[in-house]
Design a protein around this ligand. Structure first.
Ligand code: ADP
Ligand code: MG
Ligand code: MG
Length: 930
């Protein structure tokens, strides 16, 4: 390192914006000093020095010289000498990196104490108890942090002393007792390290700085950085802040506390916090005594309270952000020891954003940018009462956010029945299937013991905005006996549980929850967001109810209406099955004709709910066998029926056998046996069982015929529309008739028909011809024009490459990034997420799960290519996205940059997407102007 390298910066000189170099705590100490707040003087040893230390295994050359000269400056500034025998200067050495990592690294207080300076401190303060208290704290902290002495050894001495003296609390110990404690502590240190406790203040300082630097690589700190994804680009190394000690434990005119400039739970504009009289900083957090609310300070020390309010106001005016600060009062003088941006819950974030704009503290742009979009998730779902602290009985994956309580039900039919009766229920299954869908509608939430975040249960629950915990593997579900086991505990049908889909926790009984509240402040903030955003936000919704809710949350249209979700509803599933199983065109036609009016009503409901906003309907997409029972299920049913038939046969032989074996018994039961056999033979002659077996066998044959090795790459999407045009025709007619009805009723409509899984424009052209014919017929019959847009999903790699041609026929593109991601990676999603993906992103082979965060480098490139070629062909081409990425903030940022017109996501994510769209536009502008 060159001689010009500067390892140390005084609080009075350091650049308050340079958190990378000085750490957040250090930078803010500089900043507070600069604007004239009462910070005890000090200096910062930089994060660069930390990295040099960790790299070279020793403090860099020249560093301690710089430290000495800074200590000298401190000494002359406050007129005390470091570690001197008379009225000594003491310091703290405090950790602090660019990113706040509360409590993860170490701080040592009261540095500079030794037998001589302790004497001086006692003399200067006239307080012997205080002196020994400071001393024993210093030995313990220094011993633990700098010398690696286990904390328990000190705790052990403390407990022993309390027992010997009958003291309950630390504060009950008097000066002589604390002195003996300090001596025991010294023995602990020398006993453990084999060396006496260092008395030279500079040796203490040097050792402490090195120890604070090492705490950057402590286990706690490393775990924390991994958990919160703090990369070296965000924070690299910790600074060591050397700060003049001030004492809140010098008597009843002294105190220490922490505060927020506004209430972090509600956002209310009132200074919020706690303090302790006659205590040292760490005591407030340590919970040794119960602190008092800041309001009490107004009575206890009115002058200090007034100064503290002034301090809070100054902090906010300077930082233009809610601050979380530490303060200490030493004998009637207030000191500021730390400040940082306050962490708040979502509700408080929103309220403070809106209020700070009204107060003129920030502008709308800042108000929007300070709220992380993902935070809105908290507001869009019911949550557990924040005051609740219970132990979960099991934990699964947080599959769909929100909390819900209800009685356990193990099957969808019971769920539906009891839900309709107005009961609150939680559907508990091993895993769910499409035929469980009616159970979802009726349930408050869904819990499964198997499956990942993309299992059927998870995806469907998210789409409906219902809480779901999936893959809670410690729960063993026994559907047959309507019971589940968790270790020794038993969960019976009807018992109440609470699930928290935001954390994955499952609790016994009903835990109080806080409901969703779309506040005026949220509406205001999101209005600003819409003004700032360029991207539109639509919702994925399959029912009029979901559509209405999505509109309340600000959706500007429906970007994806999945008709198969409509097919799956109970009252029509059997018609759908009839349609699929039909052996003749006539039979199929008849079933379709029964479905058409049902679908038409569905679409009318959607159009009415959206009142003229665009509604994009996707024609049938999934392979048909998804609507049929599985092979295993059918085989089981057939086997049961056969058993039944055999059972009857053996019953018929029973009277004869019985007569032979036990004539007395035979005589006794002859009458009832004959009666039973009579009934059974009547049943046998009806051949009901044979009919049923034949029917099931038929279905089984069909299911086997439809079975595919890779259904997701099989006979689905537009391929169905090509091979069974009658199905698509029915859907198209239902959409257009619904639209025509609405137009006739004076309701504005903007229907859009979207074709899934397109690989070549030729497919699209065929469907377009069908659409044109049906449209002409519907318009002729109704005598009115029906507005319609026709477009294509882009979810196949080939479609991206052939976008120019596809745009000849498609008026809009909607990227289906779930399938497109699978196709781009050649990963099947279920297998990837359950088997190897976690390993991939933990090992750093992939940065994120590409099914959650859009893979900008791969999938994104394909999208850009498709957009460019599509728009070259058709400049007015509308482009949207309807995969799950459409509600994910980072992916939305990309969609903005790539020039999409809108994103579409599940209803509850609409507010998140609106805010993310605003962020994208604001940050993008920033890029361009800077
Ligand atoms: P953390 O980052 O864990 O909050 P700090 O460095 O802020 O650690 O210090 C821990 C406690 O010690 C805090 O309560 C702080 O206010 C207090 N403290 C730190 N330095 C001083 C000092 N120079 N004078 C008085 N109290 C201090
Ligand atoms: Mg602190
Ligand atoms: Mg798809």
């Amino acid at each position: 390192m060159t001689a010009r390298n500067k390892w140390v910066h005084a609080f009075s000189e350091g650049d308050g914006r340079n958190k990378m170099l000085l750490g957040g705590k250090g930078a803010n100490l500089c900043e507070m000093t600069r604007i004239g707040l009462p910070v005890p003087p000090g200096f910062i040893v930089t994060t660069e020095a930390c990295l040099a230390y960790l790299d070279g295994g020793r403090l860099p050359d020249g560093l301690m010289d710089e430290v000495r000269s800074h200590v000298a400056r401190l000494e002359s500034a406050i007129g005390k000498r470091f570690g001197a025998a008379r009225d000594p200067l003491l310091v703290s050495v405090r950790s602090g990196s660019a990113m706040s990592m509360p409590g993860m690294m170490d701080t040592i207080l009261n540095l500079g104490l030794n037998p001589a300076s302790l004497e001086g401190l006692i003399q200067a303060t006239g307080n012997e108890r205080f002196g020994w208290d400071a001393c024993r704290r210093m030995i313990q902290l220094f011993g633990k942090v700098a010398l690696g002495v286990p904390d328990e050894l000190f705790d052990h001495e403390m407990i022993a002393l309390k027992q010997e003296t009958g003291a309950h609390h630390d504060v009950d110990l008097d000066a002589p007792q604390l002195r003996s404690l300090a001596r025991r502590f010294l023995d602990v240190v020398s006993g453990h390290t084999g060396r006496p406790f260092p008395e030279d203040p500079y040796e203490q300082l040097e050792t402490a700085i090195a120890a604070v630097f090492r705490s950057w690589n402590g286990k706690r700190a490393i775990d924390y950085r991994r958990q919160f994804k703090i990369t070296p680009a965000m924070a690299n190394g910790t600074a060591a802040n050397v700060c003049t000690m001030v004492f809140g434990n010098l008597g009843n005119d002294s105190a220490t506390g922490v505060g927020f400039t506004r209430n972090p739970a509600t956002g209310e504009r009132v200074v919020f916090g706690e303090y302790l009289t006659n205590a040292q900083g760490e005591d407030v957090v340590a919970g040794i005594r119960t602190p008092k609310p800041i309001a009490a300070l107004a009575q206890e020390m009115p002058q200090m309270h007034a100064e503290l309010m002034d301090l809070a106001a100054k902090l906010e005016r300077h930082y233009r952000e809610v601050q979380d600060f530490e303060f200490t009062v030493e004998r009637g003088k207030l000191y500021a020891l730390q400040t940082r941006n306050g962490k708040m819950n979502a509700q408080a974030m929103v309220r403070t954003s809106v209020e700070m704009v009204r107060e003129g503290l920030i502008d709308e742009r800042q108000a929007l940018l300070r709220v992380p979009p993902a935070m809105f998730e908290q507001l869009m779902v019911p949550r557990l009462d924040p005051g609740f602290k219970g132990q979960p009985l099991a934990t699964g994956l947080p599959a769909s956010p929100g909390a819900a309580a209800g009685q356990i039900v193990f099957d969808a039919d019971t769920a539906e029945a009891r839900g309709k009766a107005g009961e609150k229920i939680i559907l508990v299954r091993e895993e769910t299937k499409p035929e469980d869908i009616h159970g979802f509608f009726a349930a408050q939430g869904v819990l499964t013991s198997r499956g990942g975040k993309t299992s059927h249960a998870a995806v469907v629950a998210r789409g409906m905005g219902k809480p779901c915990v999936s893959g809670a593997e410690t729960i063993v579900v026994d559907v047959r006996n309507k019971v589940a086991h968790v270790g020794p505990a038993e969960l019976k049908e009807g018992q109440v549980i609470t699930i928290d889909g935001s954390t994955g926790a499952v609790y016994f009984g009903e835990v109080p929850t806080v409901e969703v509240e779309f506040t005026q402040d949220m509406a205001t903030l999101l209005k600003w967001a819409d003004q700032a955003a360029r991207l539109g936000v639509r919702a994925n919704a399959d029912t009029p109810r979901d559509a209405l809710r999505a509109r309340e949350w600000g959706a500007q249209g429906i970007g994806l209406c999945r008709t198969e979700r409509m097919f799956n509803q109970m009252d029509r599933l059997h018609v759908v099955q009839e349609m699929i199983l039909a052996e003749t065109p006539e039979a199929r036609h008849a079933a379709l004709e029964r479905l058409r009016p049902i679908q038409k009503e569905d679409f009318k409901g959607m159009f009415k709910a959206m009142a003229g906003l665009p509604v994009t309907v996707r024609l049938l997409d999934p392979p048909m066998h998804e609507f049929l029972p599985t092979v295993a299920q059918l085989e089981l049913e057939i086997a049961h029926l056969r058993h039944f038939r055999e059972a009857i046969a053996s019953l018929e032989e029973m009277p004869e056998t019985l007569k032979l074996l036990n004539p007395r018994l035979h005589h006794q039961y002859e009458g009832s046996l004959t009666k039973l056999l009579g009934g059974l033979s009547e049943f046998k002659e009806s051949h009901l069982d044979d009919e049923l077996i034949a029917k099931k066998a038929d279905v089984l044959r069909k299911v086997r015929a439809l079975a595919e090795v890779n259904p997701m790459l099989g006979h689905r999407g537009v391929r169905l529309g090509i091979s069974h045009p009658e199905i698509y025709e029915m859907q198209i007619r239902a959409i257009l008739e619904a639209a025509a009805d609405c137009v006739r009723e004076g309701i504005a409509v903007a229907p859009e028909i979207m074709v899934p899984q397109v690989v070549t424009v030729e497919e699209l052209k065929r469907i377009a011809t069908l659409v044109k014919r049906v449209q002409a017929e519907v318009e002729a019959a109704a005598g009115i024009k029906v507005p319609l847009r026709f477009g294509s999903m882009i979810e196949v790699v080939r479609a991206c490459l052939r976008a120019a041609r596809i745009a000849e026929t498609a008026e809009f593109f909607s990227f289906g990034t779930n399938d497109l991601t699978q196709a781009t990676f050649s990963f099947s999603r279920e297998d990837a997420e359950n088997k190897f993906l976690p390993l991939y992103y933990e090992a750093g082979l992939l940065q994120d799960n590409p099914f959650e965060v859009l893979d900008v480098k791969g999938v994104g490139e394909l999208m850009k290519l498709a957009i460019a070629n599509g728009r070259a062909q058709r400049p007015e081409l509308k482009v949207g996205i309807c995969g799950e990425h459409g509600g994910e903030p980072l992916s939305i940022r990309f969609c903005h940059q790539a020039g999409l017109d809108y994103v579409s996501c599940s209803g509850p994510r609409v507010p998140i997407a609106r805010l993310a769209a605003a962020h994208a536009a604001l940050l993008d502008d920033e890029h361009r102007t800077h």
